[in-house]
Design a protein around this ligand. Sequence first.
Ligand code: TYM
Length: 328
Amino acid sequence: MTRVLSCIQPTGDVHLGNYLGALRNWVSGQHEADVFHGIVDLHALTVTDTPGTLGDATVRMAAMLFAVGLDPDVATVFVQSHVPEHTQLGWVMECTVSFGELSRMTQFKDKSAKREGDFISAGLFTYPALQAADIVLYDAEEVPVGEDQRQHIEITRDIAIRFNSRFGDTFVVPKAVTPKAGARVMDLQDPTSKMSKSAGSDTGLVYLLEEPAAIMKKFKRAVTDSETEVRYDRAEKPGVSNLLDILAACSGEPAEVLACRYTQYGPLKSDAGEAVVEMLRPIQARYQELMTDRAELARLLHVGAERAGAVARATLARAYEHIGLLPR
Ligand code: TYM
């Protein structure tokens, strides 16, 4: 059975990009593969320094992962800080990646540029090493992510290959898996930038827990262009193409086929908005229900940590042994 792993940071509320680019694929893959999904609270430390916020954000994220459809009977959902092997192997990964490789990461360049004049942690720079540990600890063959994470999966491959050639065959070399539609959902107000929790304003972001009326309003105000023709062309018509992509991801029909059905922007905007509202309705209801029983969420995360820990311990022991560290 294929081993799959992917993770999400408990920072900000989950948005449509997270869902269409990643979470939806996690759910659709859970019955065919052996899946592990982490809420990576330690990664969030790279940009979070307010005391007492991460624990609560982690519980809400867990409720969201079950609400979108992860089934705790088949999917292992765990919290990164509950499995200490992540940081232990993270150090080994830091010693297997070079300063130059980390310097080329576009996400570091973007995030540090946005924080100019602010505190930029060393963790923000070494982040991909911890992410590599998250992945190789589980012998993951596939990592379902949005397009923005491809570079981090590529560097994980490079690190795993380097480690294997230094110390002998130890880690599975993973590959990124992205969906046909929804791999890069763009901001509705700025369709040349990806929809992101760290965007300056949230007028172009659609959250999974947002009210239907607010979602419709955001779609109706989505930026398009001064032409009138509906055509799928990401480079020339980013706004219209983003709406077509979102509608395609919701309906399962190709964006190019959908484009032929519209002669005006207005109906495309409202159809895309309605498709999103309908897709989110059952998720919102399940989320509210799950949040009424926090003890049950804690129990599920405990079970997840036990299952994840068993796999992670074995991999870390194998890595230490192959390096030749002195056993205690
Ligand atoms: P994070 O928390 O920023 O995002 C979670 C997932 O959502 C995807 N995503 C998008 N997909 C399409 N369009 C968008 N606009 C969009 N925005 C976000 C991301 O690609 C991601 O799949 N570094 C990771 C977390 C991580 C991880 C891992 C992922 C840590 N360890 C190991 C995979 C495997 C991150 O910050 O994702």
